[in-house]
Design a protein around this ligand. Structure first.
Ligand code: NAD
Length: 433
């Protein structure tokens, strides 16, 4: 099929490339000329495992352009995958989505289906339909469908090619048939429903995951106080199939481009409809506090960081991505710097993005070892495999004061016991050297 995809971020680009890998002719549109230029050379502008390879293998079915008119004019299906960031009041900013809708209304010349993949508040697809009817330049039927995205950054290609489910929210048989054809070679179970339910499935799923993380983090915080061990507790919980063993890792909270904004957007939507979603409000509050958990712990060891060398391992919000959005590093590093610390940081893929967006006085290191050298305290913000695989004796060997605050429980306690370091993690006993 001839498909256009608006937006080539984590969702749009992965969607476009995966659809091309299934034999569709895909034109990816973005407003960012420099990004488009890079993609034309077969290079992915984002770090996502497996994406570059899949992109290279399917370049003959992929076009990258800023010329939206040429892309939308002859497309049978147009996916919208642009951002829906958070507004100051917590609601979703739909201006990028509506800009694309406007461009589609202006250019389409044949019956087609517009599929909203961006995460949008319940009822948005209906509003887009009304807008489309009022603004279409050519008198042709345009069907609006919702097919929200569930991929996770770091595993986006796998999540798309082997999705747990594909949600199709439609109000017309034409749209249903078109989307069944688009997804014909994807083996995932298809959940076909109306548009509002599809929109709600996305928020309900994401917010449930955020809730699960905040719940485990609160249990972890209590474990520290009452002398229980969160790793054992969650292992014990995970055998219960009603609970499941996924998403039970405690840490310094969730970040990224989705959970923070999607929890706030649902909470906003509920209050806008004179409703209250108390569980999600609580999840947001817990997460806000959890982000500062390590820095609060650090005060046990140093009253402030003035004159200290602080090692930071991990800048991105999770491993496997170069995305920094809502990463705990962003709110914690400025506190260290304000305190007068010298900050040394390491991240395998996030440094360039960090430098681009934040002009902090930081020493960026190429290796973990270099970062730890002469440090007075170490903060682990991201559980990169390189951090997990580190010979833990290096903390003692390289740091001036081997105090390790682990926000992601990268190591087993017995690994850290008796090696001459202070090791303070989440929801577990603190090992004092
Ligand atoms: P992103 O910010 O990484 O990418 C958005 C892209 O859209 C950018 O490249 C931008 O230049 C482009 N763009 C803006 N206006 C445009 C226009 N008029 N025409 C063409 N391109 C335009 O966003 P993302 O992380 O991919 O998220 C996109 C949507 O998908 C959001 O609604 C998000 O909530 C949702 N989502 C994201 C993820 C994720 O893990 N990132 C997962 C599921 C759902």
């Amino acid at each position: 099929m001839r498909i256009a995809v608006a937006g080539t971020g984590y969702v749009g680009l992965v969607t476009g490339v995966c659809l091309a890998s299934k034999g569709h002719e895909v034109t990816c549109v973005d407003v960012d000329e420099s990004k488009v230029e890079i993609m034309r050379q077969g290079i992915s502008p984002i770090y996502e495992p497996g994406l570059s390879e899949l992109m290279k293998d399917n370049m003959e079915r992929l076009i990258f352009t800023t010329d939206y008119a040429s892309a939308y004019r002859g497309a049978e299906v147009i996916f919208i995958g642009v951002g829906t960031p958070e507004k100051k009041d917590g609601s979703a900013n739909l201006s990028y989505v509506y800009k694309v809708v406007e461009q589609i209304a202006e250019t389409v010349e044949q019956e087609c289906v517009v599929v909203v993949k961006s995460t949008v508040p319940i009822g948005t697809n209906d509003k887009i339909e009304t807008y489309m009817i009022e603004h279409l330049k050519n008198d042709i039927p345009v069907h609006i469908a919702s097919s929200p995205e569930f991929l996770a950054q770091g595993t986006a290609v796998r999540d798309t090619l082997h999705a747990a489910r594909i949600v199709i929210g439609v109000e017309s048989d034409y749209a249903k048939k078109a989307l069944e054809k688009v997804y014909a070679d994807f083996e995932a179970p298809k959940v076909i429903t109306n548009r509002r339910s599809a929109e709600m499935i996305k928020y309900a799923s994401n917010d449930f995951l955020a809730l699960k993380i905040s719940y485990v983090n609160e249990i972890a915080n209590l474990c520290e106080v009452v002398g229980a061990d969160i790793e054992d507790v969650t292992r014990g919980m995970g055998f219960d199939s009603r609970i499941g063993d996924k998403f039970l890792n405690s840490g310094i909270g969730y970040g990224g481009s989705c959970f923070p904004k999607d929890t706030k957007a649902l909470s906003w939507l509920a209050s806008f409809n004179d409703n209250e979603i108390k569980t999600i409000k609580a999840a947001i509050e817990v997460n806000e506090n959890q982000k500062f958990k390590l820095i609060k712990k650090a005060r046990k060891y140093y009253e402030d960081f003035s004159g200290l060398t602080v090692a930071v391992l991990g800048l991105t919000f999770k491993p496997g991505t170069d995305d920094l959005r809502e990463a705990p590093s962003l709110v914690n590093i400025p506190i260290m710097l304000e305190d007068g610390a010298k900050v040394k940081a390491w991240d395998p893929v996030g440094v360039e993005n960090f430098k681009k967006h934040y002009q902090h006085e930081i020493e960026y290191c190429d290796t973990i070892e270099e970062t730890l050298e002469n440090a007075d305290i170490c903060f682990i913000f991201t559980e990169w495999s390189e951090v997990k695989a580190l010979d833990v004796l290096k903390y003692k060997a390289l740091m001036r004061h081997p105090i390790v605050l682990d926000g992601r429980n990268c190591y087993k306690l017995d690994q850290m016991d008796g090696i001459g370091i202070t090791y303070d993690s989440i929801g577990r006993e603190t090992i004092i050297r």
